[in-house]
Design a protein around this ligand. Structure first.
Ligand code: COA
Length: 161
């Protein structure tokens, strides 16, 4: 995996963040609403911390530029969301964040990761396939029509680890 020419590994880190403050929430929410066709609400994001879902934050040169959220139950994990800020997309950072998220899940002794992704989200589907996820199901009209998108089916994908 390679970053673009001006990024070095030392510029980038992914950290589990368990305590949130308003500044962190504002940044995560700003990223979420700018990259997703069906973004979470501010409260949805805050709730991740309240109910103990695991939030992995991507820092580039100490600025938050993405995050993933996973939920683990016994040996199964679900990737609930992942996103990289628009300005940082296409540079290998989404792949790095997902790789670190998978490593985190492996360390929790999970054996499977599931996720849902809109059938028209080619970027994300390609990323998931690149890291070994395969399609294991289809949920018709899972994502409702909204101002940004027609109703979309969801692919259910999984990775055995
Ligand atoms: C999906 C997302 C996380 C990928 O992050 P990214 O930093 O842009 O992706 P990367 O630069 O790390 O690329 C990794 C792989 O993703 C796929 N990909 C990335 N951009 C792509 C594009 N424009 N077209 C097709 N595939 C693409 C490719 O497989 C790529 O590997 P490659 O460079 O070897 O071809 C990012 O685009 C994003 O935040 N999208 C909006 C939120 C979202 O859709 N989240 C997933 C659903 S919950």
């Amino acid at each position: 995996m390679q970053f673009n020419t001006y990024l070095k590994y030392s510029d980038i880190k992914v950290e589990l963040v368990q305590v949130c403050d308003a500044k962190l929430l504002d940044r995560l929410y700003a990223i979420d609403i700018s990259v997703h066709t069906h973004p979470w609400s501010y409260d949805n994001i805050k709730q991740c911390f309240d109910i103990g879902q695991e939030v992995l934050v991507l820092y580039v040169k100490n600025h938050i530029q993405g995050f993933s959220v996973i939920s683990t139950v016994l040996d199964e994990a679900e990737l609930l969301t992942i996103g990289v800020s628009i300005e940082c997309q296409g540079q290998g950072l989404g792949e790095y964040l997902l790789t670190k998220t998978i490593e985190y899940v492996i360390n929790k002794q999970c054996h499977t990761i599931f996720l849902e992704v809109a059938a028209n989200n080619i970027k994300a589907i390609n990323l998931y396939k690149k890291l070994g996820f395969i399609q294991v199901g289809l949920r018709r009209n899972y994502y409702p029509k909204n101002s940004q998108s027609e109703a979309q089916d969801a692919l259910v994908m999984s990775l055995q680890i």
